[in-house]
Design a protein around this ligand. Sequence first.
Ligand SMILES: Cc1ncc(COP(=O)(O)O)c(C=O)c1O
Length: 384
Amino acid sequence: MKYNFDIGIDRRGTSCVKWDMNEIIFGREDVLPLWVADMDFEVPPCVTDAILKRASHPAYGYTKRPDSLNEAVVSWEKNRHGWEIEKEWLVFTPGIVPAINFFVDCFTQKGDGIIIQTPVYHPFIEACEWNERKLVNNQLTLTESGYEIDFDLLEKQAKDPSVKMMIMSSPHNPVGKVFSEAELRMTGNICCMNNVLLISDEIHQDIIYTGYKHICTAMLSDEIADNTITCIAPSKTFNIAGLQLSAVIISDKIKRDKFFKYIMTKGLNGSNIFGIVAGEAAYKYGEPWLNSLLKYLEGNIDFMEDFFEKSLPMVKMHRPQSTYLAWLDFRSLGLTQEELVRRMVHEAGLGLNDGSSFGPGGEGFMRLNFACPRSTLEEGLNRL
Ligand SMILES: Cc1ncc(COP(=O)(O)O)c(C=O)c1O
C-alpha cells in the first residue's frame, strides 16, 4: 500500500478539538478521544503540497475562487458519483453546519416545521431549535436488518401545511446507513408532492464501503432536483475540516438566487485561501489516497466486528455501510445513559459521543470514530 495509515499523527498541542479538549469535554485529561468526526491520519500529500506551494507566496490578501475549483467539484461529482452538475449550480459556504442554519433561516419562518430523522447528527436538531422552528421527528426504525424510514409517518408529517423543510443525512450519521435508490426516491417524491424543501446533506458521500453505492438524491428526477439542495464538502473525505470549505448544489435558479442573495447579505461569499487550494487539489489528485483510505477503514471495521464478536458480544455494532463512525448498541447492559457515559469516561477512559446527544433513539448507544491507526483502535477497544 502506497499510503501507510498504520502511522498516525500526534495531534496534541495543535489546538485540536479531538485531542486538546479532553478536560473540557470529558472532565479528565487521560481519556482516549474517539469522537468528533475527523481523522487521525495525515492528509493526502497533494493537499499538503498545494498548501505549502501557496504559502510560499507571501501575500495572503483577498482571493477569489478560481474557475478551476468549480471544475474540480463538477468532475468529482461526475466521476465518483455519476452526477452531472453545472458549475453555476454551486454556492460555496464556510461549512455545512453554517449552510444548514442558513437554509433554515432563508427558506422557512419562525414556527415552521422541519422534518429530521433521529438519531441524527445533532446540529440538525440545534439548527431547528436555535432558529425557533418546530422539530418534526421522523425517527428511524431499528429492525433486525438495520435502520429503516417510516414512510407512512413521513407522508403524514409532510402533508402538514406548517412543515416546510426536511433535513436528511445521506449517508446517515450516526447510524452509518447508505439509503437505497428506492428510499431516496420515495423521500424525494414525498417532499416534492407536499412542497417540503429537501436538504440532502451528503457530506459523507465519499466514505462508502464494499457492497454499497451512494446515490445523490437530486439525480433521481428533474422534479426531485428542483426541490432539493445538496450539501457536499472535501472536509470529511480528505480530513480538511479546519480549512472550512464546503459547497451546496442548487439546480433550481429561483432557490439558488435567493440563497446567494442571503449569503451576500451575511457578507459570507469569500472562502479561505488555503481552503480553496486544498479543496481543489484534493478533488483533482486525492482519489488514489481516498481509495487506499477506504480499504484501511474497512479493515478497521472488520477488526471491530471480530473484537465485539469474540470479546464483547453484549455490545452490538451496526456494521457501517458508510462514514468512519461506529454506532454501538449497549442496551443489553441495561444501564441508564448517565451510567453508561460515566463508565465510558471514568472506568474505561474512553472519549466517545453520547448516543443520546443524537436525539430520540440514541439512548443506550455510543458513537465511536474509527478513523485512526489500528493500534489506537485496538487500545480503545481494550479499554472498553
Ligand atoms: C451529516 C454532517 N453534516 C455536516 C457535518 C459538519 O460539517 P461542517 O464541518 O462542514 O460544518 C458533519 C460532521 O460530522 C456531519 O456528520
